[in-house]
Design a protein around this ligand. Sequence first.
Ligand SMILES: Nc1ncnc2c1ncn2[C@@H]1O[C@H](COP(=O)(O)OP(=O)(O)OP(=O)(O)O)[C@@H](O)[C@H]1O
Length: 608
Amino acid sequence: MKDEADSESRGLGDAAQPPRAGKAGRTTAPEGLRAAPLPAAPREPMEPAEGAEEERPVQCPVCLRELPGADINAHLDRCLQAGGAEAEPPSKRPRLAAAPPGSQAEGQPEEARPAAASPVFSLFHKGRGGGQSPADAGRDEAAAPPGHGCAAAPCGDSLAQKLQGKPLAERLRPDTLGSYVGQERVLGAQTLLRSLLESHEIPSLILWGPPGCGKTTLAHIIANSSKKNGMRFVTLSATSAKTNDVRDVISQAQNEKRLFKRKTILFIDEIHRFNKSQQDTFLPHVECGTVTLIGATTENPSFQVNAALLSRCRVIVLEKLSAEAMEAILMRAVRFLGLQVLGQGDQHGTPATGSGSKSSELPVYIEEKALNTLAYLCDGDARTGLNGLQLAVQARIAVGRTTPLNTTAKGGAADGILVTEEHVKEGLQRSHILYDRAGEEHYNCISALHKSMRGSDENASLYWLARMLEGGEDPLYVARRLVRFASEDIGLADPLALTQAVAAYQGCHFIGMPECEVILAQCVVYFARAPKSIEVYRAYGNVKECLRMHTGPLPPVPLHLRNAPTRLMKNLGYGKGYKYNPMYKEPVEQDYLPEELKGTDFFKERET
Ligand SMILES: Nc1ncnc2c1ncn2[C@@H]1O[C@H](COP(=O)(O)OP(=O)(O)OP(=O)(O)O)[C@@H](O)[C@H]1O
């Protein structure tokens, strides 16, 4: 899950730190403040080794202490973070969080650690099924040609190498707006957001959209371009960051702004996971421009983001990627992997696309139909689509079964590995139970769950619940249905059911998947076992029907039921004759329905 992937991420990523020197692991101070010996003019080949320079004492331009050249940059970072009052020895104060005990980084000098346990994340380690070491990520990032997307595997690598390690979706994350597919409505040529991004005027933004539609990717692109323009880009994940982490980031941003006039962009993934008071922490700083906030959320920000914060941000609504956009993303992956596409017409014939992998490997073909199906089934979630493709290809290579193919274009028969529609469906099922979250399957499964609970079949209820959750359904969608069920089907037979459902909804909201699955399971079983009553549901339906069938003007509210706050209203007879029930010992004879509906019983079953 994403939470776990995130918690594996390193601390201050490239994006979060001041620019780095060429040497891995050493942080450097911003240009204006770096001490003289380090950014020296390009060195002649015969110049003394770098270490000699690093021995020389250098004065810290912030606190004016003298330190060995080798320590100055690490010291300067700490000094800035401490608001110019850095007084502790370097080893005592971690940047934001210490490496976990026993981790590889423990015992290394602070500035050389990847800070794996820090809750401040690099953008580049996100994603389900991540599993890549922070150190690797740093290398990949450095090695990647901008906008290319083949971050960890140069295109000359074999197919097996390209499929190893980092998930395909991560490798192919676009770096530039040019390679960002779809989302024309908000990022098309003439849109405001595009012109703002192109002119590097980044407003505070909330990116709202379904999983895998490109929220993090857009933030990644903004990070790239803002770093080139001298801005800082810091990433926090709301799933693990604490209020103190936010405060650290803010204080660093204040120092950067005060000392270097350098702007900070703060990206908060899953911002809806921050509670209101955490969101309040950065409100004043967004307002006064210390930080530009970019939040990403899959939840409706009107409910999940502090209203005051929301009013200071532009909400960008990203949509599910269309099947065409998905096809474009998949084709990019196909080219990257060097697969060859078999067109519809030439079943086992002309390869339509693909540059081919290393010549020693068997060529891998994929049916065009398989790509179309994948583009459709991943339901606008590019991560799911790319993971599905990766798994299907990996599985075929692992099986190693070759298919004789008529390579008619080359005028002969050859062997190759063929990935078919069935294989990609299988690939999808492994990573993501085949479940169309937008289409019929979504409605079929929720209907089956509803009916199973109504029929008090606890086994079937749990089964349909799991089908949906394992298939990637939004737990809050299921929770909303449970709230409905509590009133519609259980009603007054067990009024506590509604409390259970609302509590389940809130529980899911607080902790998210996968932990919230048990909350839903508990509620579903409670509902399957609960007594059922549709009395209120039906009676209310009867009232609605009565209103719908009424012809002519609706009857007026009887005068005795009206409130009479003014003398004029009293004079008009409002409230006249009303019997205030608590004043009577016996039940009161009084009409509450309009005259023409007198005696109507909505609770009596109606013929429809
Ligand atoms: N618009 C896009 N153009 C090209 N590739 C995309 C696009 N959107 C997503 N992708 C691909 O899908 C992967 C996942 O996308 P991303 O992490 O941006 O999704 P997200 O909206 O942040 O999802 P989540 O809410 O689940 O975090 C990316 O690594 C990238 O390879």
